[in-house]
Design a protein around this ligand. Structure first.
Ligand code: 5RP
Length: 262
């Protein structure tokens, strides 16, 4: 790819590039899923090729595994790695406490397992993902296909009694068929508009039989790297309370964009 990146791609790219500072030689790294995480995977691939970085990657989806292998990252399963030094992933929303909604790309289950099995989770996102209160983005929930309509009805009934501003769920589709996750499950997108108590919701939803996992990441994320369209980044650490500002200078004709095509 030659020519300039759009502001949104620049924001995603600079967040990913800055997040590479959290990766050191020899680390076991959880690799997220989505368009922002794809930038991270490309940046790590470049560091392997150009700087001789040696890392082991645990991908959170088949898509990410494929890209990671393409760019030269050594890919292993979570069971092989056992525990990770850091996981870097995107998010659909994050709030001031760095609680997240994830799963827009349908990979929330592996993403949550991998992030939880990491010393540190770093989220990379453009500024548009930052919210005061979670819930404008529909909350993805992974459900087993067996009896999913009954599960959906139970979820909606449960939501009616909780601190949310909507209680309808829709089955995520892939064309004319239900979207199927890497684990062979379906996704219900819950249209809640505003989640008053994300911690409570995350716990209650997971009690319903048929629910595998929900896309609320509570107390899992440690750091968020927020990218801006002009190359600025903010790095906010929820544990120390420190926010750093930075600017990433780059030339967008670098070979790390070569897999994007013209
Ligand atoms: C995939 C995810 C993604 O991290 C989330 O949807 C953000 O994606 P993108 O970086 O493309 O905006 O949770 O399941």
């Amino acid at each position: 790819m030659s020519g300039r990146l759009s502001p949104i791609d620049t924001a995603k790219f600079v967040a990913a590039k800055r997040a590479c500072d959290f990766v050191e030689d020899g680390m076991r790294v959880g690799l997220g899923t989505g368009s922002t995480a794809a930038w991270l995977v490309r940046c790590l691939g470049e560091m392997i090729r150009e700087d001789g970085l040696r890392i082991t990657g645990v991908p959170t989806s088949t898509r990410t595994a494929e890209l990671a292998r393409q760019v030269g990252i050594k890919v292993v399963s979570l069971d092989e790695a056992k525990w990770l030094d850091v996981t870097i992933d995107g998010a659909d929303e994050f709030d001031d406490e760095l609680n997240l909604i994830k799963g827009g790309g349908g990979a929330l289950l592996q993403e949550k397992i991998v992030a939880t099995a990491s010393d540190r989770m770093v989220v990379i996102a453009d500024k548009s993902k930052q919210v005061q209160t979670l819930g404008a983005f529909p909350l993805p929930v992974e459900v087993v296909p067996f009896g999913w309509q009954t599960t959906k009805a139970l979820v909606e009934e449960t939501l009616a009694a909780l601190d949310v501003l909507g209680d309808s769920g829709t089955l995520r589709m892939n064309g004319d068929s239900a979207f199927v996750t890497d684990e062979g499950n379906y996704i219900l997108d819950l249209h809640l508009n505003r989640i008053g108590n994300a911690r409570q919701l995350a716990l209650v939803i997971n009690q319903i039989p048929g629910i595998v996992e929900n896309g609320l990441f509570i107390d899992i994320c440690d750091v968020v790297v927020i990218g801006h369209g002009d190359g600025r980044v903010e790095v906010k650490d929820v544990n120390t309370g420190v926010t750093q500002q930075d600017k990433i200078d780059f030339v967008d004709t670098e070979n790390l964009f070569s897999d994007l095509g013209e």
